[in-house]
Design a protein around this ligand. Sequence first.
Ligand SMILES: [Zn+2]
Length: 420
Amino acid sequence: MRALVGTAVDCGSARENVAVIVENGFIRDVVPRERVGEYAVDEVYGGDGYIILPGLVNTHTHVAMARFRGLGEDFPIERWLNDVIWPAELEWTREEIRRWALLGMAEALANGSTAINDHYFFAGEIAEVAKELGIRAFIGQTVMDTIDFPIAEPEEGFRFFKKWAGKDELVTPVLAPHATNTVSLELMGEIGEFARERNALIHVHISQSRGEVLEVKRRYGLSPVEYLERAGVLGDDLVGVHGIYLSDSEVSLYAKSGATLVHCSLSMAKLEARIAPIIELAERGANIALGNDSPNPVGMMDPFEEMRFAAVLNKVWRKRTDVAPAKEVFRWASLGGARALKLKAGLIKPGYLADLVLINARKPRFLPGENPYSHIVYSTRGSDVELVMVNGEVVYKNGMLLRLGKTLEELWEELRPSGR
Ligand SMILES: [Zn+2]
């Protein structure tokens, strides 16, 4: 048994001076700190000045894109994708994918993401890396069929799913059609049918550029959300991402369906100078989650940065300071992500998965500490994370990736291109 000691903060409440008791991968109890001796605990972490959080769920990532960090800076999304990213992606080898996926994934984990939902090519390699590292990973093989892209062949998506379904406790395969304009209505329908038979999640980019919206309209006379509805995939198994061009009627249709919208505000602000109508989606009952998207464009896989930007950018976008309060944004990053992925996680409660993060808040900027939600969203950085527990196992501690037996600096040394 293990115990984490400190102030336990989830989106329901903040409890000072408690011990979170962990056994067999689950939270067994949350008790006043002085009662820790009543349990057969052999490892205790934290203490005064520590904050215990439910693991943050990075609900949309492309971790291997760490390779492209800094490329195509300040291009709009279509130029970034067509001129920089897609040509570079056609050069991938399996070895390079493993190397850069490990780098991006280790970064996400060390900064407090206990789970990622990754959408990329060579998904089998990425799944192997996740197993080595010990992060909880939902992984989908990106597929497309309206453009010719050899590494995105539709059959591979189903093959990957079948190979990994039920194979590993931490790796869950999902279906990952690329976007509403790069996947035909026929293929999207097939994916929906497969997902229903197998009880699978569908992870897809929606309405992330003007070009996408126009293309779907021209091809089918539908908006992206109507297209998803027509394909039979609009429901609570759908994890849609971006949605920055959703119309008001699409927002209502989407919110009513029970689907999740993953908000990646930093990525979209940078690539398209725009963010999604998140406040409207949330007001109409949609589940909201957060994701870093990828190290290019955002620069780093830090879920705390993502929370801070989501809180601030929504205020600017709506020209109102009372939207996206810290507690709600923290809920999107924790419980919202867990709900999207159907995980019993995101709260610090007995019976919930022991996916937990310990923040070392023994620093001046965490005082006075009266409003923990404000401190989490506005005062915390990923580098304040001291320990990450996934499934009850400590997989990261003080700079060390425990399953790999390597520090982050050793990983940098090993993976850096020579001379950099
Ligand atoms: Zn993406």
